[in-house]
Each structure stands twice: as structure tokens, then as C-alpha cells.
Design a protein around this ligand. Structure first.
Ligand code: SF4
Ligand code: SF4
Length: 413
């Protein structure tokens, strides 16, 4: 068969091998293979229930992409409305790659689904059918000199928390990259993180002029090169040897996207806050209160940008296990099989109700695990889980408490 590929689809063309490797088995939507199970399909398809179409999950989207590459379906605004209903959680990759040789050919193991979804988004942006309305505002605000964040807040607001820590310097070898969500939406968690670091004797430098890491723009399909160069230049001038962040989205973007887009290694190391915390805990640098009689059962939600996107599963768990009077227990779906919180890929801003529905499912699963506390290590996950939690009624609040891993540690010192 000769496949004629359209010439203007610059990004999708590069992914043609992935796209044509899809065998159409449907495991990513229907869990035909018992090994996979319905619990591991697509969170968007499950949230939409009977309203879900084929294009809402991987098999249908791959099928449409084959037709687009062959020139029988054009890119369009209508298509964009469907394809942005995807959190880019990467669960379809895990499901697809679990196919055994009796069900589909191993060829499906070549597919990097999120790379394909992102290529499609870039081509939709290039063709003028995206960004969608709400995404357009986020990108405008993120690139606005007076804001530099996708929340539309004045830049100065991002640094209000620093007034509580007058000794924080603007230059140093260890730099905290604050991102936008935690300083603008979870200021208390950020203050708790600084208190923990200070009590452990760690000195960090913080810029007062960071740009958003660019994650939301990249997930939506916009090029973020200018912002990336500005941030790398800024961190270099600050004297960075190690840059750490408390946000899973910033972590993936700095550590994976920045070097890929710039085409070179970064001149500094990028770490997640839990890597800093585990070092402190291993060296007994965090002075905890004496253990309590009652042990709290804590379950950990793997943020997609840490887990599936970066293969970063164990360090946050090691941190939790080191907290006194705490017992780590797992939800049914954990690590590479974790259910998404529903917020990623621009879903939270464009389809907020769907994002909350997916989080509600995750909270129910945390309750089923028997945990007293649901924790995670990403302010974006916390924000969406909290929005869902707030809508879930008293009965849920009596069963489980939601808290960032940083606040959990802070409550014990
Ligand atoms: S990335 Fe997640 S939300 Fe998107 S199609 Fe795959 S499983 Fe569904
Ligand atoms: S599981 Fe993989 S091969 Fe099967 S339909 Fe989904 S994307 Fe295609």
C-alpha cells in the first residue's frame, strides 16, 4: 500500500510511524485484553461515559490521524474541540504497551502517544484552528511582560510570599524555581516548604523575575523557545548549579522539554522537591515532633508529569515512609497505572467540569484504599483534586483529607 502523506502537516508527519503502528485493537478504550482491565483505559473516555466517541480515546484518534495524513480528512476547528479533550496523561501508552502477543502485534510498543497528541496540537496551532478560546488567554498572559504567568495575575503577586522570608537571596548555587501555581494559588504550602528548608539549614536563592516554565503553552502546542531561553539565561546569571521545583509540570518541562527544545544539555541539574526532601530525611535534618500513638494511613497520587512522563515513582513514596506516625498504603491504580487527576493537557482550563469528574473518581479510589489522607506532590494536581473534593460533600470530607506532601511534613515538625 502506498501512503500519500500531506506536506503541510509538519509535526504529524514526523510521527507517522507511531500513528500507522496502531493496530486498532481498542484496548486503550475497551480493555479487550483481561491483562489491561477497564480500570486502565482512558480517563476522558470514562468521564464522558455514553457521550464518548471513538475520537475521545487513542484508537479513534489514531484512526482519524491516519486519514489526515492520507489527505482524506482536513484539520479543522471541530477536530480541535475533540482532541483537546485529552489530559495527555499517557495512560494509553501504558495500556497499549501491555498488549501481549496473543492480542496485538508488538509493533504497538513503538507508539509514543503523548508525542503524537502534541504533534497534532502543534499542527492545529500552525493551521490556525487552535489554541482554543481559554487556552488563548493563558498563552497571552504567560507571555505578558507584566504577568509572566498563565493565571492572568500581575507578576508582583507571584513574589508576595517572599516578604515572610527576608533573607532569601537572588543568587546562589541552589535555586528554587517557583513556577506559577504554588506561589499564586498555594502560597501557604510554599511558605511551609521554605520553613522546612530553613529549619534543615538549607539556603536557597529565588528569582523575582521568573517567566512561567512554559508547560501549558507546550502542552497546547505552542512553541515555547523564547520563554525557555529567558528562563535558562536567568537561572545561569543567578549562578545555578541545581534548580529544584515543587511542581510536577515545571519539573517535566525544565528537565525534559528544555534540553530537547534547545538541543543541548542544561548547564545545571534539575531536581524535584522530593529529591531535596529525601536527602534531608536520610540525614535526619528535619526535626520532627515525637511520634504520635495513632498512625495515619496515607496514600500517594502519582502526578502524570512526574510518574508516567518522567518515570519518577519511588522518591515521593520514600519521603512519605520517612514521616513519623505515617503508614503508606497504595491505591488500586498506582505508579505507571495511576488514574490521572484530570487537570493536564489544558483540560482544567478548557473543560473544568470534566477535569473535576476525573478527580472525583480518583478521590473515591483513595477512600476505597482505606487511607485517612490523600497526598501528592504537584500543586496543579492538588488544585484540581481540591476543586473536586470541595464539591463532594461532608461524607467524603469525613473519610479522607487532601494535603500536599510538603504540608504533611510541615504538620509533623
Ligand atoms: S493521554 Fe490520557 S486522556 Fe489522552 S487519550 Fe491517552 S489515556 Fe486518554
Ligand atoms: S491499544 Fe494501542 S494499538 Fe490498540 S487501538 Fe489503542 S493505540 Fe492502537
Amino acid at each position: 500500500m502506498v501512503i500519500e502523506i500531506m506536506t503541510e502537516l509538519e509535526n504529524l508527519k514526523k510521527e507517522w510511524e507511531s500513528i500507522f503502528s496502531c493496530m486498532g485493537c481498542g484496548e486503550c478504550g475497551f480493555a479487550i485484553n483481561p491483562m489491561v482491565g477497564i480500570d486502565l483505559t482512558c480517563p476522558v473516555k470514562e468521564a464522558l461515559g455514553e457521550e464518548a466517541f471513538e475520537i475521545h480515546f487513542s484508537r479513534g484518534r489514531m484512526s482519524v490521524l491516519k486519514s489526515i495524513l492520507e489527505g482524506s480528512i482536513p484539520l479543522s476547528k471541530e477536530l480541535a474541540e475533540f482532541v483537546y479533550q485529552c489530559t495527555e496523561c499517557g495512560n494509553c501508552t501504558e495500556t497499549c504497551h501491555q498488549s501481549d502477543e496473543n492480542v496485538v502485534l508488538n509493533i504497538s510498543k513503538w507508539i509514543d502517544h503523548c508525542k503524537v497528541w502534541n504533534a497534532l496540537r502543534k499542527d492545529l496551532v500552525d493551521a490556525g484552528f487552535a489554541p482554543l478560546e481559554r487556552h488563548e488567554s493563558l498563552i497571552e498572559w504567560m507571555n505578558n511582560e507584566n504577568m509572566k504567568n498563565p493565571y492572568g495575575e500581575q507578576q508582583v503577586k507571584k513574589y508576595e510570599w517572599i516578604s515572610a522570608f527576608p533573607n532569601i537571596k537572588e543568587k546562589g548555587e541552589l535555586i528554587f524555581f517557583g513556577g506559577c501555581t504554588m506561589p499564586l494559588r498555594q502560597e501557604n504550602t510554599l511558605k511551609n516548604m521554605m520553613k522546612i528548608l530553613q529549619v534543615a539549614g538549607i539556603e536557597v536563592a529565588v528569582s523575582r523575575d521568573e517567566w512561567c516554565c512554559g508547560s501549558i503553552g507546550l502542552r497546547i502546542g505552542k512553541s515555547g523557545e523564547e520563554i525557555i531561553k529567558r528562563n535558562v539565561d536567568l537561572l545561569n546569571k543567578m549562578g545555578a548549579k541545581t534548580v529544584f521545583t515543587a511542581c510536577a509540570g515545571c519539573y517535566r518541562t525544565l528537565k525534559k522539554d528544555y534540553p530537547e527544545i534547545l538541543g543541548e544539555e542544561l548547564p545545571f541539574e534539575v531536581k524535584h522537591i522530593t529529591e531535596i526532601l529525601i536527602d534531608l530525611l536520610n540525614n535526619d535534618k528535619i526535626p520532627f515532633k515525637p511520634p504520635e500513638d495513632e498512625e495515619l494511613k496515607v496514600t500517594y497520587h502519582d502526578p502524570c508529569h512526574l510518574g508516567r512522563h518522567m518515570d519518577f515513582y519511588e522518591i515521593p513514596r520514600n519521603v512519605i515512609e520517612k514521616i513519623p506516625s505515617v503508614k503508606l498504603i497504595e491505591m488500586k491504580r498506582n505508579r505507571n497505572h495511576a488514574w490521572c487527576c484530570g487537570a493536564g493537557g489544558g483540560v482544567k482550563s478548557q473543560y473544568p467540569d470534566m477535569a473535576k469528574d476525573i478527580s472525583k473518581e480518583r478521590i473515591k479510589e483513595a477512600i476505597e484504599s482505606g487511607a485517612d489522607i490523600l497526598t501528592t506532590s504537584c500543586p496543579f494536581c492538588i488544585g484540581n483534586l481540591k476543586d473536586a473534593y470541595d464539591e463532594m460533600g461532608q461524607e467524603v470530607k469525613e473519610k479522607i483529607f487532601l494535603i500536599d506532601i510538603i504540608d504533611l511534613i510541615a504538620s509533623k515538625i
